[in-house]
Design a protein around this ligand. Structure first.
Ligand code: ATP
Ligand code: MG
Length: 286
C-alpha cells in the first residue's frame, strides 16, 4: 500500500496574523519501493511537506494516508508513523544518547524487539552506513564529525526497518566523494530493505542519479512531477526557479548548441559518456 496525499494544504500559525500557507493543494502518491526526489527553491515547502509524512505536522486541510492509516487521526497516526523513518535536515538534533550504540538502538528498543534482534540490527545498520562497529559503538555522538553524526542518525532510522525512508538533504555539507558514498549507501539499504525513499536535495546531480520520480515544488505547490528525463528536459523552467539542471544535461545542451548531434534526454554522466563514445565512434566510421 502506498502513501497517498490528497488536496493537502498546510498553514503555519493558522488563524493568527502571521498565518503563512506553505503548502497548497498537494496531490501526490508514493508507491511501495519507489525512489522519489523532491526539489524546489529554498522556502518552496519541501521540509514542510515531508514532515506531514510521519504525522509530525497535520494538514490544515486535505489528507495524508500512510498504508491506509489517516495521519490526522491520533490512533491511526501512531501506526502510520511506525512505517515512516525520517532523517531531518539537521541530524545533530536527532542524536541524544550517551553512545553511538545506544543511540542507534533507541528506535529498535522502542519497538520492543528482543536484545539479540536489537544487537543484530544495530550492527547491520552500522555496516550499511559504513561505521566500523569496534571503532564507533562506544563513542559519544558528540565526539563525532559532521559526516559521522549524519551516518549515526541514518543508522538509527534504518535499524527500525522503515517501509518509507524520508531524507531531508542527507548530503548537505559533504564533498563530492562523501555525497557519492551516502547516495550509494541509500541505494544499498533500499535494495536490502526494500524500502521506498523520499529524498529532498538541492543537488540535481544527486537526484538525477537515483530518483525514479521527481517532484518539483514551487511556492508551496507541485509545479510538475515526472521521470528524471521529463523533468530535466525542462531546463528553462528549472533555471527560472533558480534550479540548475544536472551537469550532464547542461553539458549535453552546450555541445548540441556547438553542433554535436547528441540525442535528447541525457541527464547522467554515464549517459553523456556513452553518447559521446557513440558519437565519436559514428564519426570515426563515417
Ligand atoms: N515555523 C514556521 N512558521 C512560519 N513559517 C514557516 C515556518 N517554517 C517554515 N516556514 C515557511 O514556510 C515556507 C516553506 O518552508 P520549508 O522549510 O518547508 O521550505 P524548504 O523548501 O524546505 O526550504 P529549504 O530549501 O531552505 O530547506 C517558507 O516560506 C518558510 O519561511
Ligand atoms: Mg528544508
Amino acid at each position: 500500500m502506498p502513501i497517498v496525499i490528497e488536496k493537502l494544504t498546510y498553514t503555519y500559525q493558522s488563524g493568527s496574523v502571521n498565518a503563512f500557507t506553505a503548502l497548497k493543494d498537494i496531490d501526490l502518491t508514493i508507491k511501495d519501493g519507489e525512489f522519489v526526489g523532491l526539489i524546489g527553491h529554498t522556502g518552496s515547502g519541501k521540509s514542510t511537506l515531508i514532515q506531514q509524512l510521519n504525522g509530525l505536522m497535520q494538514p490544515t486541510s486535505g489528507r495524508v494516508i500512510v498504508d491506509g492509516y489517516d495521519m490526522s487521526d491520533k490512533k491511526q497516526r501512531a501506526k502510520g508513523r511506525s512505517l515512516v523513518g525520517m532523517v531531518f535536515q539537521y541530524p545533530d538534533y536527532q542524536l541524544f544518547d550517551e553512545t553511538v550504540y545506544k543511540d542507534i538502538s533507541f528506535g529498535p528498543r522502542n519497538m520492543k524487539l528482543d536484545n539479540d534482534e536489537i544487537d543484530r540490527r544495530v550492527r547491520e545498520a552500522m555496516r550499511l552506513v559504513g561505521l566500523d562497529f569496534d571503532e564507533f559503538a562506544e563513542k559519544s555522538p558528540f565526539e563525532l564529525s559532521g559526516g559521522e553524526k549524519r551516518r549515526t542518525a541514518l543508522a538509527g532510522i534504518i535499524a527500525m526497518y522503515p517501509k518509507y525512508l524520508v531524507l531531508d538533504e542527507p548530503m548537505a555539507g559533504l564533498d563530492p566523494a562523501g555525497r557519492r558514498a551516502v547516495l550509494e549507501m541509500i541505494d544499498g539499504f533500499r535494495s536490502q530493505l526494500g524500502c521506498a525513499v523520499v529524498m529532498v536535495s538541492h543537488s540535481m546531480d544527486d537526484i538525477a542519479r537515483s530518483a525514479e520520480k521527481v517532484v518539483v515544488l514551487r511556492d508551496g505547490r507541485i509545479f510538475t512531477c515526472g521521470t528524471p528525463q521529463e523533468i530535466f528536459s525542462l531546463a528553462d523552467e528549472l533555471y527560472e526557479m533558480g534550479l540548475e539542471p544536472p551537469f550532464a544535461a547542461r553539458m549535453a545542451s552546450d555541445l548540441r548548441r556547438r553542433g554535436l548531434l547528441l540525442p535528447h534526454g541525457i541527464y547522467t554522466n554515464e549517459a553523456l559518456a556513452a553518447a559521446l563514445a557513440e558519437y565519436k565512434g559514428g564519426r570515426g566510421n563515417a
